[in-house]
Design a protein around this ligand. Structure first.
Ligand code: SF4
Length: 233
């Protein structure tokens, strides 16, 4: 099971300021600094990180990935997952309490709410990185799948994997046991939750190029970060 210590989830100040729109190198105002300290204090008090993983055979994941059959015809995960050494369904949440506090602040103290929202979103992203490290670690491997592996998280709603894929993912993983629910639009509650499949394998399998028709609308080209993150083969 994966451990998610708050110290590994808490985002760096620079990342929070960048998420809030501060230009690189610009000095945050004293007011921004004070809001960040208060938001980080709330994060440490209110975050309740919980995660869940479930190993998948290639056949099991192929069925989950097919879901309702609404994926883009050509998509990166369709090419990557059959090459994986290990596959794990994954879900993580920061819990109800911090999400409720963000909603409460947005209604009465918008500035602090916006900073706490950014802190929590970045913390959820960091949880994905912790899970990727876990999935890529030799300690997670068994039998013949040991080797120099790198893992990345692929999620429904991104890269041609239709958001309705959440339905099959939830049916297999059952993240309700850690408090995550799915609504009719396939969005998760609590809001600060993430889900997907951890794909571990030789670094080269993750060399995805942004050549798909839907890449023109992509606002967060994670494939480029991944290419630069994997060691050369
Ligand atoms: S550009 Fe975006 S949608 Fe296209 S492969 Fe990269 S991450 Fe996926």
């Amino acid at each position: 099971m994966i451990d998610f210590p708050l110290s590994r989830l808490e985002p760096e100040a620079e990342s929070v300021y960048a998420a809030l729109g501060l230009k690189p190198g610009a000095r945050p105002s004293p007011r921004s600094g004070e809001l960040l300290l208060r938001a980080l204090d709330s994060f440490r008090r209110l975050a309740e990180p919980r995660g869940l993983v479930l190993p998948q055979t290639e056949e099991e994941f192929a069925a989950v990935f097919h879901g309702q059959g609404r994926n883009e015809t050509r998509n990166p995960l369709q090419r990557v997952h059959p090459l994986a050494a290990r596959l794990h369904l994954f879900a993580f949440t920061l819990g109800e309490t911090i999400s409720a506090e963000i909603e409460r602040l947005f209604a009465g103290d918008f500035a602090l709410g916006a900073v706490l929202d950014a802190v929590a979103s970045l913390a959820a992203d960091n949880a994905g990185r912790v899970a990727e490290e876990w999935a890529g670690s030799p300690a997670t491997a068994s039998g013949g799948s040991r080797g120099a592996h790198v893992a990345f998280l692929y999620s429904p709603g991104y890269c041609g994997w239709h958001i309705s894929g959440q339905e099959a993912l939830f049916a297999a993983l059952r993240p309700e046991v850690i408090g995550i629910r799915l609504n009719a639009s396939f969005l998760m509650t609590p809001l600060k939750s993430i889900s997907g499949v951890l794909v571990a394998g030789p670094p080269a399998i993750h060399r995805v190029e942004s050549v798909y028709p839907f890449c023109a609308q992509c606002k967060s080209p994670a494939c480029r970060e991944r290419v630069s993150a994997v060691p050369p083969t």
